[in-house]
Design a protein around this ligand. Structure first.
Ligand SMILES: *[C@@H]1O[C@H](CO)[C@@H](O)[C@H](O)[C@H]1NC(C)=O
Ligand SMILES: *[C@@H]1O[C@H](CO)[C@@H](O)[C@H](O)[C@H]1NC(C)=O
Ligand SMILES: *[C@@H]1O[C@H](CO)[C@@H](O)[C@H](O)[C@H]1NC(C)=O
Ligand SMILES: *[C@@H]1O[C@H](CO)[C@@H](O)[C@H](O)[C@H]1NC(C)=O
Ligand SMILES: *[C@@H]1O[C@H](CO)[C@@H](O)[C@H](O)[C@H]1NC(C)=O
Ligand SMILES: *[C@@H]1O[C@H](CO)[C@@H](O)[C@H](O)[C@H]1NC(C)=O
Ligand SMILES: *[C@@H]1O[C@H](CO)[C@@H](O)[C@H](O)[C@H]1NC(C)=O
Ligand SMILES: *[C@@H]1O[C@H](CO)[C@@H](O)[C@H](O)[C@H]1NC(C)=O
Ligand SMILES: *[C@@H]1O[C@H](CO)[C@@H](O)[C@H](O)[C@H]1NC(C)=O
Ligand SMILES: [Cu+2]
Length: 555
């Protein structure tokens, strides 16, 4: 994939190639799907208000699409990217040009493949600076560094997901985490390539932290330094200090760090927040080095200082996650939608399918001879294969989807209790939920303990939403509404629904199109933890979906 950049007024035009490139990690060299030969891919730096034109050419042997994670895509759903939702795949040898405008968003987003598990290596940062002439709501940092946390498999990630789909078992866990593509000093063979983040005494620098990992929420910290959190998912936050942050896959967090420690070398480190009890996870730690420019030169043999290693929370430290999440606030009073038109309640969780009669036992290697599945409101989402949902909606093609996604659980039960085994098998379907243009929507997202409770990072395409409350256990409409923050809740595109708990979000359906909502753990979306909203056109031209682009890929 290639990005080519012409800069004519407020318009970025790039050409990108998706292709296989040899990448060496953990002592081995693998053919890796990359963008313009880079892993991670190129950073896109734009200003709020810019129009982007990105021509993606697929030189790899897999179908691919690119998603601009968190970009609102007002009226340009055609450019959103999820495969079979807003477009058919870009086939090997073919191209598609994504055109969209950044409107009213500032901070850190990212882009990634949205086809099978290609985003394991096909991803990069999308940095949105303030409009020309305006500035950050904090003093301008001396330096800005994107920090992309990733997950690395020694095997081809496509083989990993294919094996899981064949056997019905959970996919293999990753072999390493990475910071800007490098695992760091705590793994074999990578010490000399560990990423160095420069700082100088007295400086205040901005780190744009992105969890681009496939399946693992991560803790992130730096030895001896505090973070001042100033933004998340390209919305500003009321600043607060903390020594550790947690990001689910899909989430971004902007933090300021100050060069206020003795000139030396300090590790930045990330490792798993693994909330599902007894589930296997990658228990390794990735590091990069925060290096003071005036630190003694590490190149001089014998003088090299071993960086200071920070403590990290335990893998199951949910209390630290809750304390961090509770501190996220919008900078000032915001306009949270009230007079809700659509009050929805979605369960999110896993499940187990009994082995279909015509399957061999080798295809039912989930627990006790089952196959793993996942669902929202007991519907396990199935992608179409002959049309994208958006194309089928726009052209009125019947038989591709239905609009009967349930607004409430079809069955009420003790969601986070000991759920009867008879409720564990959801129904597969391509069901959408229709929203009238401009409707004010509230969704209670309720984790279930089916198979296991877990923190699910739920992402909505085409929208930011206010997270007005979170809690543990079953959401109780009688008592929990008193916890709603309708004053200064954070605005995000991905919410980590607490393990064995719930989150309540609100947004106004002001962007017509078909918008995927899904768990951003790729293992869970593979199992069906997704649904889609169909947001109807409004009345005026500016409230309607644009026409599809001429090179729109069809199936
Ligand atoms: C997954 O792990 C198992 C056990 O270590 C191994 O035999 C298998 O080859 C792995 N699968 C892939 C696709 O790497
Ligand atoms: C590094 O390699 C050694 C020897 O092959 C092995 O025993 C060890 O487990 C490896 N460590 C890591 C972190 O992969
Ligand atoms: C994770 O690894 C550490 C050693 O690095 C070990 O002490 C700990 O028990 C492991 N935890 C789990 C849950 O495997
Ligand atoms: C975290 O896991 C450890 C075992 O590794 C266990 O002893 C501890 O009770 C767990 N803590 C929580 C909060 O679940
Ligand atoms: C699998 O079967 C064993 C023995 O009957 C049972 O103890 C266990 O709970 C079962 N596990 C699941 C996930 O159903
Ligand atoms: C598209 O695929 C679906 C499901 O396979 C099928 O029911 C439908 O008839 C197909 N539509 C057309 C127009 O081919
Ligand atoms: C959960 O319920 C099942 C029956 O539905 C029962 O056999 C099992 O003992 C219960 N487990 C717990 C931990 O209460
Ligand atoms: C989901 O639907 C299936 C099929 O109707 C049913 O057996 C199961 O109990 C339902 N589960 C829940 C949680 O509603
Ligand atoms: C790519 O997607 C098309 C549908 O658009 C499908 O027919 C084809 O088999 C896919 N090719 C590969 C290599 O997966
Ligand atoms: Cu999930």
């Amino acid at each position: 994939m290639l990005f080519l950049l012409f800069s004519f007024h407020f318009c970025l035009m790039r050409r990108t190639y998706i292709q296989a490139t040899p990448v060496k990690r953990l002592c081995k060299t693998h053919n890796t799907i990359t963008v313009n030969g880079m892993y991670p891919g190129p950073t896109l730096e734009v200003n709020n208000g810019d129009t982007l034109v990105v021509k993606v050419t697929n030189k790899a042997r897999y179908n691919v699409t690119i998603h601009w994670h968190g970009v609102r895509q007002m009226r340009t759903a055609w450019a959103d990217g999820p495969e079979f939702v807003t477009q058919c795949p870009i086939r090997p040898g073919m191209s598609y040009t994504y055109r969209f405008t950044i409107q009213g968003q500032e901070g850190t987003l990212w882009w990634h493949a949205h086809s099978s598990w290609l985003r394991a290596t096909v991803y990069g940062a999308l940095i949105i600076h303030p409009k020309e002439g305006s500035s950050y709501p904090f003093p301008k940092p001396k330096r800005e560094t994107p920090i992309l946390l990733g997950e690395w498999w020694d095997a081809n990630p496509i083989d990993v997901v294919r094996q899981a789909t064949r056997t019905g078992a959970a996919p293999n866990i990753s072999d390493a985490y990475t910071i800007n593509g490098q695992p760091g000093d705590l793994y074999n063979c990578s010490s000399q390539d560990t990423v160095v983040v420069p700082i100088d005494s007295g400086e205040t620098n901005l780190l744009r932290v992105i969890n681009s990992g496939l399946n693992q929420p991560l803790f992130f910290t730096i030895a001896n330094h505090q973070f001042t959190v100033v933004g998340a998912d390209a919305s500003y936050l009321k600043p607060f200090t903390t020594s550790v942050i947690m990001l689910g896959p899909g989430q971004t967090t902007d933090v300021l760090i100050k060069g206020d420690q003795p000139p030396s070398r300090y590790y930045l480190a990330a490792r798993a927040y693994a909330s599902a009890p007894n589930a296997p996870f990658d228990n390794t730690t990735t590091t990069a080095i925060l290096e003071y420019k005036s630190a003694p030169c590490p190149a001089k043999k014998g003088l090299s200082i071993r960086p200071v290693m920070p403590p990290l929370p335990a893998f199951n430290d949910t209390a630290t996650v809750t304390a961090f999440t509770k501190k996220l606030r919008s900078p000032q009073k915001v306009e949270v939608p009230t007079d809700i038109d659509e009050s929805l309640f979605f369960t999110v969780g896993l499940g187990l399918n009994n082995c279909p009669r015509n399957f061999r036992s080798s295809r039912c290697q989930g627990p006790n001879g089952t196959r793993f599945t996942a669902s929202m409101n007991n519907v396990s989402f199935v992608l179409p294969s002959n049309f994208s949902l958006l194309q089928a909606h726009h052209h009125g093609i019947p038989g591709v989807f239905t609009t009967d996604f349930p607004g409430n659980p079809p069955l009420k039960f003790d969601y986070t209790g000991n759920v009867s085994r008879s409720l564990w098998q959801p129904v597969p379907g391509t069901k959408l939920y229709k929203l009238e243009y401009g409707s004010r929507v509230q969704i209670v997202l309720q984790d279930t303990s089916i198979f296991t409770p877990e923190n699910h990072p739920i992402h909505i395409h085409g929208y930011d939403f206010y997270i007005i409350a979170e809690g543990f256990g079953n959401f109780n409409p009688k008592t929990d509404t008193s916890k709603f923050n309708l004053v200064d809740p954070p605005l995000r595109n991905t919410v980590g629904v607490p393990v064995g708990g719930w989150a309540v979000i609100r947004f106004v359906a002001d962007n017509p199109g078909v918008w995927l909502m899904h768990c951003h753990l790729d293992v869970h979306i593979t199992w069906g933890l997704a649904m889609a909203f169909l947001v109807e056109n409004g009345v005026t031209e500016l409230e309607k979906l644009e026409a599809p682009p001429p090179d729109y890929p069809v199936c």
